[in-house]
Design a protein. Structure first.
Length: 324
């Protein structure tokens, strides 16, 4: 039976609405979890690596559920992890933040598995558990047909499927389409700051004129929490951008300087950028890939008329970049 979705700020009580957050131990997930608890929700986070996130187990109102199968040597434990629908039972909201920026191969199958098939599995389990509300993390410019990369097409396909399934099964769906997200633990500005420290005075950069409207992770979390109870957001696909647009060149130069490693950023021609992608996608961590290059061919900025989120990059990023 579906739960009603109401929450009141302040201390959590036994009647606190319960939210499942998939991907809750990640960068966005940790901010969102804090925001949910502050708004009066109890949060359940399935994870395959609960031991890595012991700090979250101490957070008030948060429960981590180990989703990995027990080791074969653990004879006292059943041989299989609980199905996702069982973990979701008794919850009012499902949030899906799971996603990848790169895949092991180069044919889109990894993106399809992480974005489309996982979304299908998660929402099917939510339907079986009777969850009436679903929040889906997509990406700005995600489009199943016109996306310029496997990443953007798979994000668009997952988003389309979620909305269609929700409409057919009576689940209220809202999807969120942010530009690049920044914050203290981000994988964007921090990565460029790290790379700048390794560069000998210059920073050769692919797609230097690609455009972004970076949005603060705290603003993204706030929008998602408010959307849970906002009936006007049901069925919506919400683009999320910060107040300022930047070229990639400007963002890299800013991150490098703020981290104490100012560099001269040199834009690469497309042929050199493609070669760089072929080389770097073979490096551990895949700092740049051919699919990343394809994603950068379309500006990651919101359309005219879309209200920007309030927090500026300059008010937050220097603090954590200097701390590096």
């Amino acid at each position: 039976m579906s739960q009603s979705i109401t929450a009141h700020g302040g201390a959590l009580g036994v009647q606190a609405p319960r939210v499942v957050v998939l991907g809750g131990t990640g960068f966005v997930g940790r901010y969102l979890t804090r925001a949910l608890v502050a708004a009066g929700y109890a949060v359940t986070i399935p994870t395959r690596h609960s031991a890595r996130h012991r700090d979250m187990q101490l957070w008030r109102g948060v429960r981590l559920v180990d989703g990995s199968a027990p080791a074969a040597s653990d004879w006292a434990t059943p041989r299989a992890a609980a199905p996702l629908s069982a973990v979701m039972a008794g919850h009012a909201v499902l949030v899906n933040l799971v996603g990848i920026l790169n895949e092991r191969g180069h044919d889109g199958r990894g993106f399809a598995a992480a974005h489309v098939r996982f979304t299908q599995q998660a929402l099917t389990a939510a339907h079986e558990a009777g969850i009436p509300r679903y929040l889906h993390m997509s990406a700005l410019q995600a489009d199943a047909e016109r996306g310029t990369s496997f990443y953007l097409r798979s994000k668009g396909a997952a988003e389309d499927w979620a909305h269609a399934f929700g409409a057919a099964q009576g689940i209220a769906v809202t999807s969120f389409r942010p530009s690049v997200i920044f914050g203290a633990e981000d994988a964007f500005l921090n990565r460029f700051a790290r790379l700048a420290a390794l560069m000998p005075g210059i920073f050769p950069l692919a797609c230097a004129e690609a455009r972004f409207a970076p949005v603060f992770v705290g603003d993204v979390a706030s929008v998602m929490v408010r959307a849970i109870r906002d009936q006007n957001s049901v069925g919506q696909r919400l683009d999320l951008c910060g107040p300022t647009q930047y070229s990639l060149r400007a963002l890299v130069a800013y991150a490098a300087a703020a981290a104490g490693h100012p560099r001269w950023v040199i834009g690469l021609p497309d042929w050199a950028a493609r070669l760089q992608a072929r080389l770097l996608e073979r490096v551990p961590g895949q700092p740049f890939t051919r699919d990343n290059f394809a994603s950068l061919q379309i500006p990651s900025v919101c359309p005219p008329g879309c209200a920007p989120q309030p927090t500026t990059l300059e008010s937050v990023a220097p603090g954590y970049l200097r701390a590096r």
